[in-house]
Design a protein around this ligand. Structure first.
Ligand SMILES: [Zn+2]
Length: 445
């Protein structure tokens, strides 16, 4: 039994229960008690004085391989940025994927993230087993991992955006995705690794791949993920090619439902927002990436009012160089307020997006996303008594409005992954060296 006590606690349960001075007790990978004051029983004590305990953050959208290609195409919109980067990504291999997955997940852990998805969709021919490389690197760092086996089958010669050398044959993409499910998907409630089916986008995957991917996911009982309605250019592409909006196109292909979560969803009309709510379709909101690429601001308060699950995502590091999930709590709040005024989103709603909202997107709100007895012991303990936060009375406001807080302790299934702001499962200098190695494999000097 480990008992964190003496800290503020924001449980993010359905009633929004908080304790100004409380405890969280964990045993055998699960939370066994949460409450005010000290825990009465015996156990290893962790002094949480000066800290806030929250559920570990859940990252619903990322492309970890992009960790090696940050700082490029600095003034481009999505299509220009992709066109610049695809030829570089065509050089990636098993080594690059292993190094960037480890480095990117280590960095996410330092910003309070306990579960991350990753959407990997670049599978050049003959470069090794990229899925295995991701699975092994995630186990090395110790975060829960949702491996979204991506795919692209619509190359430039067929009217798509990506060059032909980075796309797969449709049948090969589906077979590779099913093989990943066979080998790595763990449906157990305490799973460290799950697999989702994830063709890349309407402008890089054919309608055949999208609809057969949905059939595959439903036959195997796994979730569906893709990019949708990110930019005005994507909307123009859909209207021109398919005569409808991206959301209408997704629905036509069987891609709305409570087993689907979609990255971005910036350009939705009122009808699409209502359909997302009615079908339980989730949204991975990526406010920093949307700002970096000038894509726009997703209608998050409208989606929440419609009842759609909304989680936060850092998105790939090449379009969001900080890649710190804790920072997205503030970015989500700022983005909503830039669009809808100062009451558009509260600090507590933002924390909820980053925790239980993300868990809903991943289909795991019964297992994670709040601090409640019986849930997985995925806990972030944030230090909020230093210079950056001292004097802010409301601990949740300190966390969300203030600078990114140091993670004093990060537990994944009760296992410490971060302690006193340092990664315990890997050497940060080694991860930095591996980042440089990956970068130089993609961009040789
Ligand atoms: Zn993305």
């Amino acid at each position: 039994m480990m008992i964190i006590e003496g800290c503020a606690v924001a449980t993010v349960d359905a009633s929004g229960t908080e304790y100004a001075d409380g405890h969280v007790a964990v045993e055998d990978g699960r939370i066994v008690a949460v409450g005010s004051g000290s825990y009465p029983g015996p156990g290893e004590r962790v002094d949480g004085t000066g800290c806030l305990a929250t559920p570990g953050l859940v990252n619903t959208h990322h492309h970890l391989y992009q960790w090696a290609t940050r700082g490029l195409a600095q003034q481009e919109n999505l299509f220009g940025w992709l066109t610049d980067l695809y030829p570089i990504w065509a050089r990636l291999d098993e080594q690059v994927v292993a190094d960037t997955t480890a480095a990117g997940l280590g960095w996410l852990a330092l910003s309070g993230c306990t579960t991350s998805s990753d959407h990997h969709y670049v599978f050049p021919n003959g470069v090794g087993d990229l899925v295995a490389a991701q699975a092994h690197a995630a186990a090395e760092i110790g975060l829960r991992f949702h491996l979204c086996r991506g795919s692209m089958d619509l190359g430039a010669s067929a009217g798509g955006l990506p060059p032909d050398e980075v796309v797969e044959d449709t049948e090969a993409a589906l077979a590779g995705t099913e093989a990943a499910i066979d080998r790595y998907h763990d449906p157990a409630p305490d799973a460290m690794l799950r697999v989702a089916v994830a063709p890349c986008s309407p402008f890089s995957a054919t309608g055949k791949l999208m609809s057969e991917a949905a059939t595959l996911a439903r036959r195997r009982g796994v979730r569906l993920h893709t990019h949708l309605a990110e930019t005005v250019e994507e909307e123009e592409y859909c209207r021109e090619k398919h005569g409808c909006t991206p959301a209408e196109y997704a629905e036509r292909l069987g891609w709305l439902g409570d087993d689907v979560w979609l990255a971005h969803a910036v350009h939705l009309d009122a009808g699409a927002v209502a359909r997302f709510g009615a079908t339980g379709t989730g949204v991975a909101h990526c406010p920093s990436s949307n700002a970096r690429l000038g894509a726009g601001v997703a209608p998050v308060p409208d989606l929440l009012a419609a009842g759609a699950p909304v989680g936060l995502g850092v998105d790939g590091a090449a379009s969001q160089e900080t890649s710190q999930l804790g920072v997205e709590l503030r970015q989500a709040l700022y983005a909503a307020r830039l669009r809808g005024g100062p009451a558009a989103l509260t600090a507590r709603q933002s924390l909820s997006l980053g925790t239980i909202g993300g868990a809903r997107c991943l289909g795991r709100s019964d297992e994670m996303g709040s601090l409640e007895p019986g849930k997985l012991a995925d806990v972030a303990l944030w230090r909020i008594d230093g210079l950056g936060h001292a004097g802010i009375d409301d601990p949740v406001a300190a966390l969300v409005f203030g600078p990114l807080a140091t993670v004093e302790l990060l537990l994944v299934g009760g296992r410490p992954v971060v302690e006193a702001g340092r990664l315990r499962t890997a050497d940060e200098r080694d991860l930095a060296r591996r980042t440089v190695r990956a970068h130089e494999r993609l961009l040789p000097r």
